[in-house]
Each structure stands twice: as C-alpha cells, then as structure tokens.
Design a protein around this ligand. Structure first.
Ligand code: AMP
Length: 396
C-alpha cells in the first residue's frame, strides 16, 4: 500500500474511485455538492504532481443500463468549476471510448467516466470488468468511503490488479482515521447518541458500542421498542414487535457491562404523522392510545445534553425525532446544538449517517462538529467491527 501524501503522480494516470452519488434536481443540477468537494484534495494532489486523474463513480440506482437521470455528464460543469481544471467525459466507463479518452489525457487533466452502474458487472464485482477499468490507468486510488462496505468491481476487485500502486485518497484516509480515533483511541467519557426509525438496523452497532462507550443515548423511533419491551404503553409509536426480546437483552447487557443506556423519559406526542397534528408532551412509557411519540421531550433533551456536555468523545448517528417535520425537529436540533457546544469546549465529535448529516445541514452546524462522515452504511458497518472490503483491498 502506498501513501497518497508521499506518492508522486508525475506522468502517471490515476484511476480514482470517488463517491459522486449526489442529489440532482429535475433539470439535473447538483443540489448538494458536498461529496464532490470531498474528493477535491485527492484530485488536486494528483494534478499538481503532474499526473492526470480518471474519475469513476456510481450515481443512483440504475436498473438496466443507461438512464439519462443517472448520467454523470450532469456533473462535468460543476466539477470543472470546483477544480478549475479541464474535465473531459467518456460516455462509457469501459471499452474503446474510455481507452481512447484515457490515452489522450495530458498531465493536469481530468477524465470523468460515465456511471459505473450502467454495467451490472460493477455491483457483481466482475473481474473482467475490473480489469478493463485497470487498463485505463497506472495507479488506483480509492476515495469513496460511502461504498467501501461493498465488494464491487471499482471499490474492491480492481485493487488486486494494482498490487504495488494502490492507496486511499485523502477523504477515505480521514474517514478511517476519524473512526479509528473514536473506536480505538477515544478519550473518556465516550458517549454514543443513536436514533432513527428502526432498532433492527442498529442492533450490532449498539452491541459493539457496549464495549467501547460509557453512555449510549437512544432517541428516535427506535426508543419505543425499548419502552414496549419493558411493558410500557407507547400508543401508536413506532415499534418492532419482533425485536422486544432483543431490546430486553440489550438493556441487560448494558447493565452487566456497566454502560449507561439511557432512553428519553418524555416525548413530544402527536395524533397524526403530520405538521398539522395535534401535539402534546407525555412520559415515554405512558403514551395514550391513538397518540405516537415523534420527538424526544424537554426532560429527555436536558438529560441527554447533560451527558453530552460531560463527554470527551461523542459519536452521533440517527435523528432524535422526525426532524424533517418542523413540529418534531426540536429534540434533534437541541442534541445537535449540544454536540456542537461540547465540541467547542474540546470534545471530539464524529457525526455520520445521511439523516444526522442532513440535520446538521438544516441547523447550520456542519462546521461545529469535529468530523462529518460521508458514509452512512459504511460507517455503521465499521462501527460494528466488520472489515470493509474496500478498506481491506487497499490494506491487504
Ligand atoms: P434511520 O434511517 O433509521 O436513521 O431513520 C431516520 C428516520 O427516522 C428519519 O427520517 C426520521 O424522520 C425517522 N424518525 C425519527 N424519530 C422517529 C419517530 N419517533 N417515529 C417515527 N420515525 C422517526
């Protein structure tokens, strides 16, 4: 494995797996360029060394071959603008077109390849397809943390064809470093804040964090499965009936490990799932019939923020309530503000997952936390302790 910092790309063509899976509006304009900006440091390093960069990515979930709305051609203009360098486009990521385009590429130039997932071979991890991508370049850089948990041709399989010349890009490197800092090198107290709709998605994460964190704060829809498991009344709140036993086990596990697993004592309740709902405040274990908990209440906010303020390391994944609806955004906003304040006083905070990052954006707090992870699924799998195929392919 090579290090992007010390590697000289002079005269080399580098094929870079980036995560350009960005949202587009109906006229195909990029509505959030965070992911593109995340890849710029690696691209700039390659170009300033006197190399050229061939960028490959997926965009959306095309079903069968080319679909205009998933074409990466929509990104050429914004990429040119952000980079300030010439960017050409190949209408196919492999084959004669791509090969010719890569051959005429000059130092300092960028070639963007069409969506990898227009070829089903990409997600199948097809070796021949990976080899075709290999033929375009001399060096492989993986800078796509968001897909590092997938053993796809461009994220994993391709690495074996560059045994000497493979490396992480800056984004990937910083993601792995940030997660390792929290998981292996945390200053204590270490608090994990978990939320979101479903507990089933987060069970392995909660289990692993029992060995790492001092406090696990649980909000969002997933909290109600825990209340139900303890025999409480949760009205029509979200509940996974088949996870009641698991919830009880997690509570017992926390007790036996001396980890503080904290649930929101009160909730903002609503009669319908809408901003037009009638709302009220209730103890989370005594929610009346016909009402549902859609946000954590004031007492829960103060319990949670007190612990957050006393923490040296904070990991946050998943909103505390239905923050997309203004009436139920307060809990998520207050927790985000609390994490920002703790960070300003010296705590290290890592926030990941699409919804938590969207919440930070909504509340203007992106710059106020220590690290924002670009990978939702990849981050959760890393926290679970799984070896990510994309990471392993570079390290191995
Ligand atoms: P996840 O994808 O599991 O991280 O869940 C994120 C989603 O959970 C967001 O869209 C929230 O609106 C939703 N959510 C958070 N709290 C609740 C709740 N109390 N009831 C229903 N959905 C919730």
């Amino acid at each position: 494995m090579k290090n992007i910092d010390s590697f000289s790309f002079k005269g080399k063509r580098a094929i870079v797996r980036v995560d350009f899976n960005v949202p587009l509006d109906t006229s195909f304009a990029v509505t959030d360029d965070t992911r593109i900006r995340g890849a710029l440091p690696a691209i700039r390093k390659i170009l300033s060394d006197g190399g050229s960069a061939i960028l490959m990515s997926h965009l959306g979930r095309p079903k069968k071959g080319y679909e205009e709305k998933f074409s990466l051609i929509h990104l050429v203009a914004i990429l040119k603008k952000l980079l300030g360098a010439p960017v050409s486009f190949s209408a196919d990521c492999t084959g004669e077109k791509a090969l010719q385009a890569s051959k005429i590429l000059k130092p300092g130039e960028v070639l963007l390849l069409e969506n990898l997932r227009f070829h089903p071979e990409e997600e199948k991890g097809d070796e021949t397809f990976a080899k075709e991508l290999t033929s375009l370049a001399d060096v492989y850089v993986n800078d796509a943390f968001g897909t590092a948990h997938r053993a796809h041709a461009s994220t994993t399989i391709i690495a074996k064809f560059f045994p000497e010349n493979k490396m992480f890009g800056y984004l990937m490197k910083s993601e792995v470093e940030a997660l390792n800092r929290v998981l292996n090198n945390a200053q204590h107290p270490f608090t994990a804040v978990l939320g979101g709709a479903k507990v089933s998605d987060k069970i392995p994460v909660i289990e692993r964090l029992m060995d790492k964190a001092d406090n696990i704060l649980i909000g969002g829809g997933m909290a109600y499965t825990f209340f139900k498991a303890m025999g409480d009344n949760i009205g029509t709140s979200k509940c996974e009936e088949d996870k009641l036993e698991t919830a009880r086990k997690l509570v017992a596990l926390a007790k036996s490990k001396g980890v503080q697993l904290l649930l929101p004592v009160d909730s903002v309740i609503a009669d319908i799932f809408s901003n037009e709902a009638r709302t009220g405040l209730a103890s989370s274990g005594t929610i009346p019939e016909g009402w549902m908990g859609l946000d954590i209440g004031n007492k829960a906010v103060s319990d949670f923020t007190e612990i957050i303020f006393a923490s040296k390391t904070i990991l946050w994944n998943g909103p505390m309530g239905v923050f997309e609806i203004p009436k139920f955004e307060n809990g998520t906003r207050k927790i985000a503000e609390g994490i920002a304040e703790a960070t300003s006083k010296g705590a290290y905070s890592l926030v990941g997952g699409g919804d938590s990052v969207a919440a930070l954006n909504k509340f203007g707090l992106v710059e106020k936390v220590s690290y924002v992870s670009t990978g939702g699924g990849a981050m959760l799998e890393y926290v679970e302790g799984k070896e990510l195929p994309g990471v392993k392919a570079i390290l191995g």
